[in-house]
Each structure stands twice: as structure tokens, then as C-alpha cells.
Design a protein around this ligand. Sequence first.
Ligand code: F6P
Length: 544
Amino acid sequence: MTGGTTPLTSLPAFKALGAHHASLRGVHLRELFARDPGRGERLVAEAAGLYLDYSKQRVTDETLGLLLDLARASGLRARIEAMFAGEKLNVTEGRAVLHVALRAPRGARIVVDGEDVVPRVHAVLDRMADFAGRVRSGAWTGFTGRAIRNVVNLGIGGSDLGPAMATEALRWYADRRLTLRFVSNVDGADFVESTRDLDPAETLFVVASKTFTTLETLTNAHTARRWCVRALGEERAVTKHFVAVSTAEAEVRKFGIDPANMFPFWDWVGGRYSLWSAIGLSLMVAIGPERFRELLAGAHAMDEHFRGAPFERNLPVLLALLGIWYDDFFGAETLAILPYSHYLARFSAYLQQLDMESNGKRVDLEGRAVDYQTGPIVWGQPGTNGQHAFYQLIHQGTKLIPCDFIGFLRPLDEVGEHHPLLVANLFAQTEALAFGKTAEEVAAEGVPALQVPHRTFPGNRPSSTILAQRLTPAVLGALVALYEHKVFVQGTIWRLNSFDQWGVELGKALANRITPELTAPAEPRLTHDSSTNALIRRFRRPGP
Ligand code: F6P
């Protein structure tokens, strides 16, 4: 990597950004817009059906120039090529990072370990399409011969959040005769509540797990099997009511699912990047193979843009650089994702894993502790609900919270005046955050002096606005790919391995140690710290 030996914070571009920040931090967005009235039409970029307005960000042309210098000094171009070429960028696990191959069109060529993986990808997509078609048409029947009416995805993390988010986002396109549920939590309440009203004879379980060893998913899968076999009377029922999505055929066999009913994917697909793989099977059943392919095509359009567009017009690069500007120079700790679409209710939760599991790291690729801020805390809720909950803090609190607003020009459901009301709120929030309302303006409205400071809005609170025409599968694909690549660009500049997740391991190992201590009939000898020991003893105490 260019500059790989020079520490990030010693790169001339990074230092120049520090000096530039000192001169820009006191400048208000009001002033930036006054100086350049065309800014709102100039600081925009468009690709793959998405329009990005970043004019309400606290940047000037100089800021953008310096951020682009930083991207270049970080060897970003070469790193993008390395990803698309199947290089093993996930160095701690020795794996390629090729979610882009999952949405490459038939005939494209992407080689991993000497093998073109694109034909394999399409062979699995074709099998998925065949299976999804049979479930949707009623040709695939349950053990008693009844058609499948319910599909329950059992998975967690990347094996849940992607398909769950996208199934909700694309519900408008779904076959409404089918009920889709997603069970992820090891809390039995999740399984019980999700299956309470389902008939086992009409229910198909998709056990989705890359490793097929994840405790939560395997626990839910065993519970599901008991639920199914108890109701249908025979172990043999499992073949008609369970399919698996995994990279681990041996583990799938061990569970008792016939590999003929297994849809594979590969170790070069990270869990949080796996929506496009067979992990999307439940989504494909819901919306149909054609719509699923449109989702892939939308993501591919963003891939092409990311790979080919100059950085100054490149949406993922721009979003990434803006994030670095706030994280590393303004000291912002979080990023709010605010979709003005009810269908995108799970989008922020999905991005939490994508971003925080990828770039929530404190050592660089060489294992050295970094001396700069890395990935932000990602959070958010769909608008307008958030406006009546936490926007107060964004407008008038003491913290700087960069926001990404996401909206659609046309609704899927025309219901009275709802859509203009929704979009007016989105636009109004970006305006209020940027420009605020001065004490003079408040006083001029006749507000009592006592209230003036309370009703003043400082403004200068940055946001991006991402707009698309309608929420289609292709637009969703482009939107998700936009954020995937944003995370990649930031990881490149921060010199992180964005594709491992060792930070989840310690808790898993300790839970495995504690579980038998909670359930052992004889009082175990506890050797934890005094707090953990006391919690365990409290759990073991007989309840009232
Ligand atoms: O939380 C850790 C993690 O490994 C995620 O990265 C992954 O998406 C999730 O667990 C589920 O893993 P699997 O698909 O192997 O069950």
C-alpha cells in the first residue's frame, strides 16, 4: 500500500487536513452557502439510480481536494483493483473478499486460487431460483403434502440481518400468500413468538449459517426440528421442512439435512456481505428470482461505478471521505442513518453490523495500535419517528452527529398526501440542521427573552441526502453496495482488515464456559472475578 510505511497521521494529506480543519471548524454552513449559491447543485454526485447531495456537509473544495489526496496516498485505486481481482485482502484469515463476484453477470470472469468463480455463483443462483419457484408455486410440498405457506429463516448476524432487512425493504414486491419470519436470538421467546401461529405442516425452515456451528442458530435449528417432528410425527419430515445455507457441508450433514437440500456459498464471502449469496434464499422465496436478480443487478451497477468512476464523482468514496473528515478531525463518534421509508425499518440495524463489525478495530493490518479514530457508532431509525424521539439532541445537543438521510421521490403506495408530507419532513430536517435559527430570528418572532436561547438552533450540523426515484430491488441493491464500498474505502484509509471479526470471539468463549456453570446439578467451583461469580450464584439460587 502506498504510504503503508508512513503512519497515517504523518501523511502530508492527513496533516494538511488537520491544519485545514483548524481554519474551517468555525465556518458556518450559512456562510458556505452564501459564498457559493450554486453549492446545492454543485456538491452532488449520481450513480446507479442514487443521487447524493453532500452540499450540506462542512466541506469546501479545498477540503474535498485534501480528502481525495488522502485517498490517493492510501493506495485506494490499487486496493479496489486488488479486491476485484480476488486478492486475499482478509489477511488474518487468508481469504479473498469477493462479494462483488456474487452479483457479477453471467460471463464475467473473477478468479480465486486459479478458478473463475462466476459460473459457480450462477449455478447456485439457478438452483436457488428453481427451489424458490417450486416453493412459490406450491410444487414443493411439506411432509403431509400441503404447500408451504411459511418460511422461517434461522440465522444470526450476517445470516439474518441482510435477508431480514431486505425482505422488509422489498415487502411490497413479495408474494403475500407466504409468511416470512426471521428467528435469530437464542432467547427462546424469539422462536416461540415467531412460530406460535404457524402450522408445522406448512412451514419450511431455512437454516442459514456460514459456519453451521453458531450457537444461537444451531440451538434454534434443534428446537425447530423438535417442533416440526413432534407435530408431524416422524423424523423423516425433516427432509421436506428443512434446507440449509452454508459453506460447511460436513456440519450440515451432521445436523441431518441432506446436502441435496443445501445451498452453498464460499469462504470468500464475509457473513455481513452475504445477502447476495444463498443467504438471500428466504428473500428470493419472498420476492421471486426475477426481483432477486434485479437486486443483484443494482448492486453490480454500483460495483461498476465504484471501480470505474473518478474518486471526485464516486459515491462510496465521497461518503467514506466525509465520514473520515468527521471521525478523525471533528471528533464525531457516531453516524446516524435516517431512512424516510417505512420499508427501510431494519436498514440502520443492518448497517450497524456492516460498518461496526468491519471497521470497529483498534489495530492496523500490521497489528499496530492505531493513533486515530476508526469506525463510527452507527445508529438510526426511520423518519419521521426519530424526529419525535432523538432529533432534539441532533439539533440542540452538545454532540456533533453527522446524518445520512435517505429518501424516495415517488412512493410505492399512493396514500392521500402521505408521501409529500414524508418527503417534506426529510428536506426540512436537512435544512433545519444546516441553517438552524438564530437568536435574532427567534426574538424577532416575539418569543419571550427567557425562551430565546432554548428556541435557538445553532445549525451547522452536517448531513448528506441520498435520493432515489422509488424503492425498487435494484435501488436497494445499489444502496447496500454503496455502504459496503464506503466501509471498504474507510477501512483502506484506516489500514484495517475490514473483513475479520475477532472481537466477537471472547464473549462466545466465556459464554461456553459459563453455560455449564449455570446448569450443573452440583455447585460448581467458580473461578471468575467476584462480580461474575456472584451473578452465577444468583442465577443458581432457587427462584420464588
Ligand atoms: O457475530 C459473528 C459472526 O461470525 C458474524 O460475522 C456472522 O455474520 C454471524 O456470526 C453468523 O455466523 P454464521 O453465519 O457462521 O452462523
